[in-house]
Design a protein around this ligand. Structure first.
Ligand SMILES: [Zn+2]
Length: 275
């Protein structure tokens, strides 16, 4: 994103709860810069900003003031409860979870889930999705009605390639070994592989990081799934506090993360299905 000069205060109105905030530009980060009232971080405000654009609903108003449109159906994948509750008031929206009801396993959709939604929100989920990865993207497309919109985010680089941490995953378990968790995989050829230094997000469990995406791969996979109007939202919207600079790590060997929000649309035209 275009950098806001250091030391400048950004005054913004949270586009989720509507409250006014002031924060020095250096304090903005994708996962922090929390709204003082509702606790939304910059990513969550970005998700709602992009959803508002997709639905033609947002404008400059905050989610709390969006009109009720129960005819619009949507689903979130482990969405932040702070905006999920408001989305459920405005739309026929349901949050979903990988491991508990209301359940959505993006690799195993039920017939009832297909072609049902006007919008899908998948924020920081796909770095955890089990292979085959393209099938997950194809199923995002399959969830949507023709003309439906996707709001998508993952941590990603602008390196040339996505890095799969476990490229030959076949039969695997995460096991405790001498006080550490390790992943043991039997690959398709029958050989055992052991991986340590696992990266978990938000605590240990079903949140193992499977890969670090690159931007080009995300865009290519969305296009291959059939999406059109694929957009990277890399410009800040300071008035609602949707801003973060590139995410550099103190470790000079670690790649810079861009990790912007991406939107895409399932085409309207009937008969134009997956390529
Ligand atoms: Zn707020």
């Amino acid at each position: 994103m275009r950098l806001v000069s250091d030391g400048q205060d950004i005054v913004y109105r949270c586009n989720i709860c509507g409250s006014k905030n002031r924060l020095a530009s250096g304090g903005f980060h994708r996962e922090t810069a929390l709204c003082e009232k509702c606790g939304a971080n910059a990513r969550f405000r970005g998700i709602i900003h992009v959803l508002g654009e997709l639905l033609g609903t947002g404008g400059r108003a905050c989610l709390r003031d969006w009109p009720q449109r129960p005819e619009v159906s949507g689903i979130g994948m482990s969405d932040w409860p702070g905006y999920a509750a408001l989305l459920a008031e405005k739309f026929s929206y349901e949050n979903s979870f990988y491991d508990r009801p209301p359940q959505l396993d993006i690799q195993n959709l039920t017939a009832a889930q297909q072609g049902k939604y006007d919008f899908v929100i998948s924020s920081d989920v796909f770095e955890h999705v089990l292979p085959p990865l393209q099938q997950g993207f194809d199923n995002l497309f399959a969830l949507l009605k023709p003309g439906g919109g996707l709001v998508f985010s993952v941590p990603y680089t602008r390196d040339p390639q996505t890095v799969e941490h476990f490229p030959a995953l076949h039969q695997f378990e995460i096991l405790a070994f001498q006080g550490q968790q390790v992943l043991v995989n039997r690959n398709a050829a029958g050989a055992l592989e052991v991986y340590d230094n696992l990266i978990f997000h938000g605590g240990e469990g079903a949140t193992l990081e499977m890969r670090l995406f690159c931007e080009a791969d995300v865009l290519e996979r969305l296009a291959r799934a059939g999406f059109e109007e694929i957009r990277v939202h890399d410009q800040p919207q300071l008035s609602c506090g949707f801003y973060w600079p590139e995410l550099t790590s103190p470790d000079p060997a670690a790649p810079t993360l861009y990790a912007y929000i991406i939107s895409a649309r399932r085409p309207h035209a009937a008969g134009r299905e997956r390529r």
